[in-house]
Design a protein around this ligand. Structure first.
Ligand code: MG
Length: 659
């Protein structure tokens, strides 16, 4: 019996020693990642060098709790602003109902014993974004606001659970494999998600640091996990695009907020080098970001600006050259040019409906970058300060955005037309399309994007919104463009007329030339000519806002019928047929509204040129007979230019251009 007890005691002691040694080894290796010669770390260094890792860990937590001189530009931990929605995400988070994605509300329940692989809808975003743990910062804010330790206790538990169930193992970027068959590590450790956690775990760290649940042992686990994240990002940058920018910005954050890590300077340098290189590659000379997406464009400005701000706020001055700031200023200028007077932006590419609530705070924050931009000042203050641009219409020909506007005020009429280079992944096959806003109403909102990627069902929903035919442009046999590179042929802007001519050789044997005249800066005439030896059905498509318009298939017109006397009539000449089409517009993720859409089409033989003229005319009543419009080309098609005559209520307009 005594022998048994002795054996048990020896076994217990051995187990205790093993665990203690393991823990000690962890603390030893993690503290070993730090540069202990830094000011303030002398106590930690003393214990550590004497081999007392437990006391070194306690001293390290004390150091972080009293550290000064390092600033985060995110949440202010001592004065967090907690919204009602964030409070709900925090409380739901306690019950494992995780706020993962705005498009999937109410939030799903991930189990008492959290299942980090739960995938209720096979949308890749739902699986990826779980690992951005968006409810953790709100839990931290709620902890600070309420002082209730249960939020900190739960965060620590979930943080540890995540580490345990999402180990970093070898994986390759997936190409051909179906996403359902991909290992969990691909979702949990996609560099974009890892970078996201690098940024937001800074805020979580600062918010939860005073908690009794933030123990010395937990600090070691946190730093170990954080370092693994940073090293992973630093060796797995995405090849290109906004993902790469996000990763670079966030590795800068890691190297700036945790300068104690020996690798911190390397991380900062890597991030700065990438951003310096990519701002030259990803931004065209006119300031347009190459995704050609009005949602990613400002998000990209934010990335570049946040990196600059984080470094600058922590004393790393003049890390970026003046050209970096110069490019940011141009990007900002483009941003307010493709904005409608109500601060909304077109929903081209993967855009969504955005307005003042998201645009204004951005303009205010960008004032630090471009303080001498009077127009930015104007938009950031809603006209209280600064000055409007001295120009109205403007071309951004590298990015292929053309703004034909008659003013900046709420009574203005503004067309934003998109016909540029191939761009990148988010860009759609929509060359020639436009949005048109007049006096507070967007008459032609883009179809948007609805959803990103996923299984076949999810992808087919996404692809509907990416079709050329669901945009305000021309198709051959309703097919999506084979080539999405447009060429600018002519751009002129005068006080009484704008003229734009762009050309898209969109299909084998068919080139679409679109000329837009902003006549008297009052109404638009669009001359579409499709030439080449292709044979088939050529159609121009128009997609209206959700409404109940008046249609006339005989004279091929459609007129909105709003009671507030702000209406638009569209009249098409040269088409054999007018037909209604399926129409949707998606203002937000997985939200779509039915809307009227039309095709105006003609059959084309190999030796013919399909020629259409569209007049888009703002009308103050909902009377479909007013105004009386006619239009025709003068002369045969020529690649050198076109002449046309348009009559509105008896007034003749001779329009044309020569190349
Ligand atoms: Mg679109």
């Amino acid at each position: 019996m005594k022998t048994f007890n002795l054996n048990r005691t020896i076994l217990f002691l051995a187990a205790f020693l093993t665990v203690s040694m393991l823990k000690a080894a962890d603390a030893r290796s993690v503290i070993g990642l730090l540069d202990l010669t830094r000011p303030g770390l002398d106590k930690v260094a003393g214990y550590y060098n004497a081999g007392n890792d437990s006391l070194a860990t306690v001293a390290l937590l004390d150091y972080y709790r009293h550290r000064t001189g390092v600033k985060s530009i995110g949440v202010d931990p001592d004065n967090p602003q907690l919204t009602d929605r964030e409070r709900k995400w925090a409380d739901d988070g306690l019950e494992h109902k995780f706020y993962v994605h705005e498009g999937y509300q109410p939030s799903y329940f991930y189990g008492e014993n959290i299942d980090w692989q739960y995938w209720p809808v096979k949308d890749n975003e739902l699986r990826w974004q779980l690992h951005r743990t968006k409810w953790w910062v709100p839990m931290g804010k709620t902890y600070r606001v309420t002082g209730d330790e249960k939020y900190a206790r739960e965060w620590v538990a979930q943080y540890r659970d995540w580490i345990l169930k999402n180990p970093l193992t070898e994986f390759k970027e997936i190409k051909d494999k179906a996403m359902e068959d991909v290992d969990n590590v691909y979702f949990a450790w996609r560099p974009l998600e890892v970078g996201d956690r690098l940024e937001h775990q800074i805020e979580q760290f600062a918010l939860f640091l005073p908690s009794e649940h933030f123990t010395p042992e937990f600090l070691i686990e946190f730093l170990d996990n954080y370092h693994r994240h940073a090293e992973f990002v630093n060796s797995h940058y995405s090849a290109e695009g906004n993902h790469l920018l996000f990763e670079a910005q966030r590795i800068i954050f890691a190297g700036t907020y945790f300068p104690e890590f020996r690798m911190a300077a390397d991380w900062r340098k890597a991030g700065v080098d990438i951003l310096n290189r990519e701002i030259g590659k990803q931004v065209y000379p006119d300031g347009v970001h190459y995704e050609l997406d009005p949602r990613y464009h400002p998000a990209t400005i934010d990335i570049f600006a946040k990196a600059l701000d984080m470094l600058d706020s922590n004393g790393y001055k003049n890390v970026f050259p003046p050209e970096y700031v110069g490019t940011l200023c141009k990007m900002i200028e483009f941003n307010y040019n493709i904005m409608f007077p109500d601060y909304s932006m077109p929903m081209f590419s993967d855009g969504k409906k955005v307005g003042k609530s998201s645009t204004m705070p951005r303009y205010i924050s960008w004032l630090d970058i471009s303080p001498s931009d009077g127009a930015l000042k104007y938009f950031a203050s809603e006209g209280e300060k600064g000055l409007l641009p001295v120009y109205a219409s403007r071309a951004f020909e590298n990015g292929g955005f053309y703004i034909l506007r008659n003013g900046w005020d709420p009574q203005a009429t503004v067309m934003i037309l998109k016909a540029g280079p191939a761009g990148e992944w988010h860009n759609q096959y929509d060359n020639g399309t436009f949005e048109l806003w007049s006096k507070g109403r967007n008459f032609f909102p883009d179809s948007g994007s609805f959803i990103y990627g996923g299984d076949e069902e999810v992808l087919s929903q996404r692809n509907w919104f990416r079709q050329t035919a669901v945009h305000n442009t021309l198709t051959l046999d309703n097919k999506t463009l084979e080539n999405r590179v447009s060429n600018l042929k002519k751009w002129e802007t005068n006080p009484d007329m704008d003229l734009l001519v762009v050309e898209t050789p969109g299909y084998k044997g068919l080139t679409h030339r679109r000329a837009v005249f902003f006549v008297d800066k009052k109404f638009y005439v669009i001359a579409d000519e499709a030439y080449g030896d292709a044979v088939g059905d050529v159609a121009i498509h128009y997609q209206l806002l959700s409404c109940d318009p008046l249609e006339n298939t005989v004279n091929k017109s459609v007129t909105t019928a709003f009671a507030d006397n702000n209406n638009m009539t569209i009249r098409v000449f040269g088409a054999d047929r007018m037909s209604a089409e399926e129409g949707w517009t998606s203002p937000d993720y997985r939200v779509k509204n039915s809307r009227p859409a039309y095709a105006f089409s003609s059959g084309k033989k190999s030796d013919e040129t399909a020629r259409f003229i569209t007049v888009i005319y703002p009308v103050e009543t909902k009377n479909p007979l007013s105004p009386k419009i006619s239009a025709d080309y003068k002369g045969k098609f020529s690649v050198d230019g076109s002449s046309l005559e348009v009559t509105v209520d008896g007034k003749k307009y001779k329009l044309g251009y020569r190349l």
